[in-house]
Design a protein around this ligand. Structure first.
Ligand SMILES: NC(=O)c1ccc[n+]([C@@H]2O[C@H](COP(=O)([O-])OP(=O)(O)OC[C@H]3O[C@@H](n4cnc5c(N)ncnc54)[C@H](OP(=O)(O)O)[C@@H]3O)[C@@H](O)[C@H]2O)c1
Length: 315
């Protein structure tokens, strides 16, 4: 079957048996994360839903159990805006789990006002990038113990808005712009993928960045009506054929990147519409910008992220 924009999670996973494999999904209580978890659990994967609110996690886990019949859905508290919470989460995960096969770094915030995480990081860079950077470091021993050994980082076409300002990632010396910040954090997600691949491909761990498409989820909760209107005008101007995806269509590329044979052993790439996207510095309606795949920027971002979070990765 040829995959594309309309392919759903269940279509990607048709015929697959994920019994015995463990998936850890951040932002698992909402939108794309919940659907990614549901689809993987439906194929037998042991599912760990990570989130910052136990009530929301319990509701999502209950819904997934009743939709899939799975009896192995568990939850874990993980606040990506708080390094102490991440340290506690990864310690608990290492105690509870034997391995992680699919680490889906899916949680995110978009276009927030100028705010800071508990550790003083600008909120979007801190949550979307630094939080997942620290979480992944703590979970790496479990990924190393997995069989599938895949990491999926949710990026976005919003990375077209710009690179990472490696000299001022927290907007301390430039005016804050919620979109520049979101775009920066989503480019950081791709650069993180590139450096993960460079460091861990030799150990059989492969990493994939994903643009899910445009999907109506809770992600727009920080948009004022004016911002939402301007965003839609921008999207329609850059993509004449734009169509919203359903949530199962949006989560399809995440489960594809986690399980497809087509990209086995071939990480460090940016995927959209259930395929590897071309490098393109011009097109507004597709592709990955070359600055997001730049090895030197990826290495600098990694070193800076280690310094800022104080975590270190196992070798
Ligand atoms: N929807 C789209 O059109 C689109 C397009 C491109 C990329 N993406 C990316 O797709 C990913 C999933 O987004 P979505 O559309 O499914 O949005 P969503 O429904 O808003 O889900 C986002 C998830 O992230 C969690 N989260 C936010 N801040 C967190 C924190 N500090 N610690 C832990 N969890 C946190 C949220 O938890 P709470 O419920 O507790 O807030 C929620 O579970 C994001 O990375 C987003 O950037 C989405």
């Amino acid at each position: 079957m040829a995959y594309g924009k309309q392919t759903t999670t269940d279509e990607v996973l048709e015929g697959k048996d994920l019994s015995g494999l463990t998936a850890f999904v951040t932002g698992g209580n909402s939108g794309l994360g919940q659907e990614t978890g549901r689809a993987l659990a439906a194929k037998g994967a042991h599912l760990v839903l990570a989130g910052r609110d136990q009530v929301k996690l319990d509701e999502a886990a209950k819904a997934i159990r009743s939709e899939t019949g799975s009896e192995t859905v568990e939850t874990i508290i993980c606040d990506l805006g708080d390094l102490a919470s991440l340290a506690a989460c990864t310690e608990e995960a290492r105690g509870r789990l034997e391995k992680i096969d699919f680490l889906i770094n899916n949680a995110g915030v978009m276009a927030t006002p100028f705010e800071h995480t508990k550790d003083g990081f600008e909120r979007q860079f801190g949550t979307n990038h630094l939080g997942h950077f620290a979480l992944t470091a703590g979970l790496m021993p479990l990924v190393m113990a997995g069989e599938a050994k895949r990491i999926v980082n949710l990026s976005s076409r919003a990375h077209h808005m710009g690179g990472v300002d490696l000299d001022d990632p927290h907007f301390e010396r430039r005016d804050y712009n919620p979109w520049a910040s979101y775009g920066q954090s989503k480019t950081a997600n791709v650069l993180f993928t590139v450096e993960l691949e460079k460091r861990y491909a030799g150990q059989g761990i492969h990493s994939y960045a994903v643009h899910p498409g445009g999907i109506d989820t809770n992600l727009g909760r920080h948009l004022t009506p004016e911002m939402a209107k301007a965003l839609m005008e921008r999207v329609q101007a850059s993509d004449a054929n734009f169509q919203w995806k359903t949530i199962p269509q949006g989560a399809a590329t995440s489960v594809w990147a986690a399980t497809s044979e087509e990209v086995a052993g071939r990480g460090g790439v940016y995927c959209e519409d259930c395929g590897v996207a071309p490098v393109d510095d011009e097109a507004e309606d597709r592709g990955v910008r070359s600055y997001a795949l730049d090895g030197e920027s990826a290495a600098r971002l990694w070193e800076m992220s280690e310094r800022m979070t104080g975590v270190s990765y196992p070798v």
